[in-house]
Design a protein around this ligand. Structure first.
Ligand SMILES: Nc1nc2c(ncn2[C@@H]2O[C@H](COP(=O)(O)OP(=O)(O)OP(=O)(O)O)[C@@H](O)[C@H]2O)c(=O)[nH]1
Ligand SMILES: [Mg+2]
Length: 198
C-alpha cells in the first residue's frame, strides 16, 4: 500500500487537490484510492465536504472511498486495507500538522507494508505573508516536504512575485522540488503525478 501525505495550512487547497488527484489516479492510472481526513480544527465542515465529494467520486469513477480518521492512523489504515485494499492511501492532516510526526507513526505499525511516497506540502500563493512571518508550523511543513506545491497560481500573475515565493521556500528547504499548480483549475496535476509515481 502506498501512502501519500498532503500537508498544508488551513485553506491552502488540500481537499480540492486530493479530490482531483484521486480522480486522476483512478481514471488515468487505474488505482484504487483511499482517503483519510484528520481534521482537528473544523471537523464538521471539512468532513461534510469530503463525504459529499466522496460519494460523487465513488459513483462516477468507482474506485475511491473516503474515510474519517476515527481512532488513529494504524487502526484506520488496517480497516481501510481489510475493507478495500487501496493501492494508494492519501492523508489530509490538519492544517498545522507536520508530516514527520505521521512518518513516525507509520514506521511503528506492525503487520502492514507501507511504501511512503514523497511528502507533499501545499502552499497558498495568495498567503505569501504567512511564510514571511515564519509561522512555525508552516516552516515545519515546508521543511519536511519533498515536493512543495505553490497552489492557486491562477490568482497570482506576477512572475516576480512567484520567483520571490520560490526563493523563500528554498531558503527553508533547499532541496525541495517546487511545482506551481492550481488544484481548482487542474493545472499541473499531471506533473505532480509524474513526480510522485514516475
Ligand atoms: N483560486 C483558487 N482557489 C483554490 C484553488 N485550490 C483551492 N482553492 C480554494 O481554496 C479554498 C480552500 O480549499 P480547500 O481545498 O478546502 O482547502 P483545505 O486546505 O482542504 O482547507 P482546510 O481543510 O479547511 O484546512 C476553497 O474555496 C477552494 O475552492 C486554486 O487552485 N485556485
Ligand atoms: Mg480540507
Amino acid at each position: 500500500m502506498q501512502f501519500l501525505i498532503i500537508s498544508g495550512f488551513f485553506g491552502s487547497g488540500k481537499t480540492t487537490l486530493i479530490l482531483e488527484l484521486a480522480r486522476e489516479l483512478v481514471v488515468k492510472r487505474g488505482k484504487k484510492i483511499g482517503i483519510i481526513v484528520n481534521d482537528i480544527g473544523e471537523v464538521g465542515i471539512d468532513d461534510k465536504v469530503m463525504k459529499s465529494y466522496g460519494l460523487n467520486v465513488k459513483e462516477m469513477f468507482g474506485g475511491c472511498i473516503c474515510c474519517e480518521m476515527a481512532v488513529n492512523l494504524p487502526t484506520t489504515l488496517k480497516t481501510l486495507r481489510d475493507a478495500y485494499n487501496p493501492d494508494i492511501v492519501i492523508l489530509e492532516p490538519s492544517g498545522i500538522a507536520d508530516a514527520s510526526n505521521v512518518n513516525k507513526v507509520l514506521k511503528s505499525i506492525e503487520n502492514l507494508e507501507i511504501d511512503v511516497l514523497p511528502v507533499v506540502s501545499l502552499f497558498d500563493a495568495t498567503q505569501f505573508d504567512l511564510l514571511i512571518e515564519s509561522l512555525p508550523f508552516i516552516i515545519a511543513q515546508v521543511k519536511s516536504a519533498d515536493i512543495v506545491l505553490i497552489n492557486k497560481i491562477d490568482t497570482v500573475l506576477d512572475p516576480y512575485y512567484m520567483k520571490r515565493l520560490e526563493e523563500e521556500i528554498h531558503k527553508v528547504n533547499k532541496g525541495a522540488n517546487v511545482i506551481h499548480i492550481s488544484a481548482l483549475h487542474k493545472l499541473n496535476i499531471d506533473k505532480l503525478i509524474k513526480n510522485l509515481l514516475g
